[in-house]
Design a protein around this ligand. Structure first.
Ligand code: ADP
Length: 281
């Protein structure tokens, strides 16, 4: 997979100079392939609800014309399908926007504890519909960091929503904010920071080990039918991954089958020492 690029230098002196540069294009090709796959996947994902919608419209224009019962029966399904398309388009646009900003570090102040409280409040009703409560435990006082509130809100909304969607009814979703004393090896790059861990624990069927490394891939789902049934777009964790990366953080996923999962987001917290460092990063 090596391509040879040749270029002729300006021959100012009349000499003929050639530069041969070998560049490994494998990575570039992989990226191109991923983009093409992504467009294909997005197309398929949109085509399904659109076909269902068109089918219903045709039925209502034809055989079920002037049938109020059919209209009443079809309308909620049509609304569901339209909403599914809307969510998908919103997630696609979010992902595109996030990718564009990914390499610009955030610059505002943000209190993660406050973000978590607001997220828990906004999703309490949704949790209640499954007999669930969202229990928040904050083990440290100062939870400030340099971050975009909107983006961190999206991170925790996606994770808590998943815990509600895939968690068993009448169990609790537990969110714990703590300080990491001894960062594990994977977090070695954080050794000069004060690190916060936000863990979102659910009680569910859990996720089989082989799926864990692929969960943050776009459109990757363990069980497509189930994920669609609970209103998933398959983009939630991909969005989380990019947003966490932009905040210099990382995410760890642990799961035990028959018990449940823990999604832990590690983020650099603000301290006297690293405020300057974060600003100049
Ligand atoms: P979706 O919109 O389908 O939920 P996500 O990107 O948020 O997409 O998640 C990808 C897949 O990971 C889901 O389809 C589901 O199979 C699995 N998943 C995510 N969170 C959980 C969880 N808390 N428990 C079990 N499975 C989960």
């Amino acid at each position: 997979h090596y391509d040879v690029l040749t270029a002729r230098l300006p021959a100012a002196t009349g000499d003929r100079n050639f530069v041969l540069s070998f560049s490994d294009l494998t990575e570039l090709r992989k990226l191109e392939q991923m983009r093409a796959d992504f467009a294909t996947d997005a197309g398929h994902e949109l085509r399904t609800p659109l076909s269902v919608l068109l089918g219903f419209i045709e039925t209502l224009e034809g055989p079920a014309k002037d049938d109020p019962d059919a209209l009443n029966q079809f309308l909620p399904v049509m609304r569901d399908q339209a909403q599914r398309m809307q969510h998908l388009i919103e997630d696609l646009l979010s992902l595109a926007r996030i990718e564009l900003n990914e390499h610009t570090p955030p610059s505002s102040d943000c209190d993660v504890g406050k973000v978590i409280s607001k997220v828990a409040e906004s999703l309490a009703m949704k949790a209640q519909t499954k007999g669930m409560n969202i229990r928040v435990t904050q083990e440290l006082e100062n939870t400030e960091m340099i971050g975009e509130e909107k983006e961190l809100t999206q991170v925790f909304v996606n994770l808590v929503e998943n815990a509600i969607k895939y968690g068993h009814s009448n169990t609790d979703v537990e969110v714990t904010i703590s300080l990491v004393k001894n960062p594990p090896g994977a977090l070695a790059r954080f050794r000069h920071d004060r690190i916060m861990a936000v863990a979102i624990r659910d009680h569910s069927d859990g996720i089989a080990r082989e799926h864990l490394p692929r969960l943050t891939e776009r459109f990757y789902r363990v069980d497509t039918a189930r994920s669609r049934a609970v209103g998933g777009t398959g983009l939630g964790l991909a969005i989380v991954k990019h947003l966490v990366q932009r905040h210099r953080g990382t995410m760890q996923i642990e799961s035990e089958q028959g018990v449940g999962s823990v999604f832990t987001v590690y983020l650099p917290a603000k301290t006297g020492d690293n405020v300057r460092k974060l600003h100049s990063a």
